[in-house]
Write a protein that binds this ligand. Structure first.
Ligand code: SF4
Ligand code: SF4
Length: 433
């Protein structure tokens, strides 16, 4: 089979066989959820409830506070027990709920009967953000500000090791993925739609082709298995052979990219009036029964690890997301956010493989692997030396934080950590000016 890809990139161990044949299951309903007001990119939502208020499933509890912001909804029915100052969160505690689910039995709406403007408003009202991990408000992506959009691409690459929720979503909810793609195309005014899927998910490719066979403007594109194939710029290069300019956005070249899970959320918002109260994620690694679960937003990760049979052996690290781009957690009480695509447990033994950094041996593996064509070793040194001008000159803001450089470095240098520091320095300087 002919596959498409981008230049450079790496081939980490994928470890997807723990869960890639496990169907999506609804997780047990949590007794309490923690909803963060700042769980999306942009300005945090503002709480519109108070402690003691009763809320029903789907009620709006946080309102967006700007163009780049997102509404927040109650993911369970219950009573608001606190509006915590720390991390700007709302905690909703359930009381005597009979465990209701969102009703999803309405007939599918004909997209010809809904305007682009109405679709954008539905997406905004439902608080939908990118479910691939970035959590960028989705209504913003399709508000094109007069710019012409030619293509909408759905990211079904799921190149991050261990994670399989997108794979299962494409396989089990292919019709919803295709409907959501058409809705996003209409809202952005795009004529063509693409779904890029790595060829380690052939069953999903076949299913999507079957469901979209009558849609001549939708193309399912098999992609080489390579990391970070699902990066926006890498996906666009692979599928359309177009480059997003340095410092630019896909919209600058007439492209909008969304995750396949986001497309399903859009479908459910249009057809069932369902806000983003739950999402699919993979619980995997050192747990006794790894699974793909549909989880209410705000569910404590402790509950989900228990539902998956608890820790297998002694846990060393718990990561929200995958091993390349995820964030390590220090507490099991943290709630699942809209951007949480996985919970990965690494055992103590796996963590002990980590060795202290040594001096750079100038092997250039980090440069060869960088999909953004950067010089990670130079950027890390510029960040260490506080050289903001140099960081700008070497385009540090083009780093997509994929972690490939750190992964391949034989000297165990935390390149990405330094590069993140460098990016923060450049952004701080730009804010000052
Ligand atoms: S410099 Fe950034 S984009 Fe390049 S490999 Fe490292 S993390 Fe990825
Ligand atoms: S991969 Fe590591 S050791 Fe090799 S050049 Fe880059 S920073 Fe140096």
């Amino acid at each position: 089979m002919k596959t498409k890809t981008f230049k450079q990139g790496i081939h980490p161990k994928y470890n997807k066989d723990l869960t890639n044949s496990k169907p999506l299951e609804k997780a047990n309903l949590p007794k309490e959820v923690t909803l963060y007001l700042d769980q999306h990119i942009g300005s945090p939502a503002k709480a519109i409830v108070e402690a003691g208020d009763k809320v029903k499933l789907g009620d709006k509890v946080g309102e967006s506070t700007g163009f780049i912001s997102a509404n927040l909804h109650a993911s369970i029915s219950g009573e608001i027990t606190a509006i915590e100052e720390r991390r700007d969160s709302i905690v909703i505690k359930i009381k005597g709920s009979e465990g209701e689910q969102w009703q999803v039995d309405n007939p599918e709406k004909n997209l010809e009967d809904i305007s682009a403007e109405e679709i954008r408003e539905i997406i905004k009202e439902a608080g939908i953000v990118g479910l691939g991990g970035a959590a960028f408000p989705s209504h913003v992506k399709v508000s094109t500000d007069g710019k012409e959009v030619n293509q909408v691409i759905l990211n079904g690459a799921e190149c991050e090791p261990y994670l399989t929720v997108d794979h299962r979503t494409m396989l089990e909810q292919a019709s919803e993925v295709i409907y959501g793609l058409k809705a996003l195309m209409k809202s952005a005014g795009a004529k063509e739609g693409y779904i890029g899927v790595e060829v380690n998910k052939m069953d999903a490719i076949n299913k999507l082709e079957e469901v979209s066979q009558k849609d001549s403007n939708i193309n399912i594109i098999p992609l080489e298995v390579k990391y970070p194939q699902g990066g926006e710029k890498q996906l666009i290069k692979a599928i359309l052979d177009k480059e997003v300019p340095s410092g630019g956005l896909p919209l600058d070249i007439g492209v909008v990219v969304n995750n396949v899970g986001t497309a399903v959320a859009v479908t459910e918002a249009i057809n069932y009036g369902k806000p983003l109260i739950e999402r699919g994620l993979t619980v995997t690694g050192a747990v006794n029964n790894p699974q793909n679960l549909i989880v209410r937003i705000g569910t404590p990760i402790r509950d989900l690890i228990e539902e998956c049979g608890g820790f297998k052996g002694e846990p060393g690290k718990i990561i929200l997301g995958g091993p390349m781009t995820g964030q390590a957690q220090s507490s099991l009480d943290v709630g699942v956010s809209k951007g949480t695509s996985g919970i990965l447990v690494l055992s103590k033994d796996e963590i002990e493989d980590y060795k202290d950094p040594r001096p750079c041996i100038r092997c250039a593996r980090c440069i060869d692997g960088c999909p953004a064509k950067l010089m990670p070793t130079a950027l890390a040194n510029l960040a260490k030396n506080d050289d903001v001008e140099g960081l700008e000159k070497y385009n540090v803001l083009d780093c997509i934080e994929c972690g490939s450089c750190t992964y391949v470095c034989p000297a165990n240098i935390d390149l990405l950590d330094w590069i993140r520091i460098g990016k923060a320095k450049v952004e701080a300087k730009r804010r000052e000016n």
